[in-house]
Design a protein around this ligand. Structure first.
Ligand SMILES: NC(=O)c1ccc[n+]([C@@H]2O[C@H](COP(=O)([O-])OP(=O)(O)OC[C@H]3O[C@@H](n4cnc5c(N)ncnc54)[C@H](OP(=O)(O)O)[C@@H]3O)[C@@H](O)[C@H]2O)c1
Length: 293
C-alpha cells in the first residue's frame, strides 16, 4: 500500500480504500439507502467489510443492501424517534463487535421550523439520534474502533454557535443557521468522544464531504439554482464519499482523533467547534434530553 499517496478533492472512495483489506471487519453506516451512505456501503463492502446498514425502515435498508448485492445486516433506525434508535442499538449489540460507525444520515435546511418532542428537527435528527445510537454502541467498538461523524462546511453557518438556549429553534428560526448548528454539534460530539476515548486506541473524527448533488437538497426551495451556483466546486457521489471512507479506514490515521477533515485533509473549523467546554455542555444537554425521552 502506498501510504505516501496524497488524496484530495478529486479522489474517490474507491481510490482512497484501494489495497485496504477489510475482510473480517464490521462497519455500521446510517443512511445506507441514499447518496453518500449508499456509496460508502458499496465501497467498504467492496473491500471486504460486512455492512450493518441503517435506514429509516428495515425495508429501505434491506432494499439498499440487496440492490448493492452486498453481505450486510439491515436495521431500522428512524433517528427522529429515540424509541426506534434504542431498538436499533439493541439489535446491533447482538450482531457482534463493530470496527467502526459512520454516522452519515442527515437532513438539511428545513424551510419552516419543525420540532420533535419540542426540539428543532435538524438538531434532533442529525445530532440527538446519532448521540443515542453511538453512545449506546460505544462498548461494542473494537479496541481500535473508529467513529466518523458526517458534519459539513455548513457548520460555518452556525453564526450564533450552538444555541443551547434555543434547542426548540423558536428564537429567530433560520433553515441554514439551524442546519449549521446541527453540523457544529456533530463536530463537538466527535471531540467529546475523543476525550472519552483517551488512553485507548479508539478514535472519533468529523468530516465535510464536499458539495454533492444528492437527495439532501430536497427541502431547498431553489434547489436547482443552488446546485447551478455551486457547480464549479461540486463533487460526484463517488468523490463525495471519499473523505468519510478515508477517515474510516486509512491505516495511517490510527490514533488520530478529534479532527475535522475535508478533501481527505485536516481542515479549519469555526472556533466554537474547538471549544471543549461547549462540547461537554452539549454532551450534558444531550444526556438530559435522552433521559427525558
Ligand atoms: N451532499 C452534500 O453536499 C453534503 C455536504 C455536506 C455534508 N453532507 C452530509 O452528508 C450526509 C449524507 O448526506 P447525503 O448527501 O448522502 O444525503 P441523502 O442522499 O439525502 O442521504 C441522507 C440519508 O439520511 C437518511 N435520513 C434522513 N433523515 C433520517 C431520519 N430521520 N432517520 C434515519 N435516516 C434519515 C436518509 O434517509 P431517507 O432516504 O429515507 O430520507 C438518507 O439515507 C449528511 O449528514 C449531510 O449533512 C452532505
Amino acid at each position: 500500500m502506498d501510504n505516501a499517496k496524497e488524496f484530495g478533492a478529486q479522489s474517490t472512495a474507491e481510490e482512497v480504500t484501494a489495497g485496504i483489506d477489510l475482510s473480517g471487519q464490521t462497519w455500521l453506516i446510517t443512511g445506507c439507502n441514499s447518496g453518500l451512505g449508499y456509496e460508502t456501503a458499496r465501497v467498504l463492502a467492496l473491500r471486504g467489510a460486512r455492512i450493518v446498514g441503517l435506514a429509516r425502515t428495515r425495508e429501505k435498508a434491506a432494499d439498499a443492501l440487496a440492490k448493492l448485492g452486498i453481505d450486510g445486516v439491515p436495521v431500522a433506525c428512524e433517528l427522529s424517534d429515540l424509541g426506534s434508535v434504542r431498538q436499533a442499538v439493541r439489535e446491533v449489540r447482538e450482531i457482534g463487535p463493530l470496527d467502526g460507525i459512520i454516522a452519515n444520515a442527515g437532513i438539511m435546511a428545513l424551510p419552516q421550523l419543525e420540532q420533535v418532542h419540542g426540539y428543532e428537527r435538524q438538531f434532533f435528527t442529525n445530532h440527538m439520534g446519532h448521540f443515542v445510537l453511538v453512545t449506546g454502541l460505544l462498548d461494542r467498538l473494537t479496541a481500535t474502533g473508529r467513529v466518523v461523524m458526517l458534519s459539513s462546511g455548513a457548520h460555518h453557518f452556525a453564526s450564533r454557535g450552538l444555541e443551547l438556549d434555543n434547542l426548540t429553534g423558536e428564537d429567530d428560526y433560520d433553515a441554514w443557521r439551524m442546519y449549521g448548528r446541527s453540523k457544529l454539534a456533530n463536530i463537538l460530539f466527535a471531540r467529546s468522544l475523543t476525550a472519552r476515548f483517551a488512553g485507548t486506541s479508539r478514535t472519533a473524527n468529523a468530516v465535510h464531504p464536499g458539495v454533492i448533488e444528492t437527495n439532501l437538497g430536497r427541502h431547498v426551495p431553489d434547489r436547482e439554482a443552488m446546485y447551478e451556483r455551486l457547480k464549479p466546486r461540486m463533487k460526484t457521489v463517488e468523490q463525495g464519499a471519499a473523505t468519510q471512507c478515508y477517515v474510516a479506514v486509512r491505516p495511517e490515521l490510527a490514533g488520530t482523533s478529534g479532527q475535522y477533515y475535508s478533501d481527505c485533509k485536516v481542515a479549519k473549523t469555526i472556533p466554537a467547534a474547538q471549544d471543549r467546554i461547549l462540547a461537554e455542555a452539549l454532551w450534558e444537554s444531550s444526556e438530559a434530553i435522552a433521559a427525558e425521552l
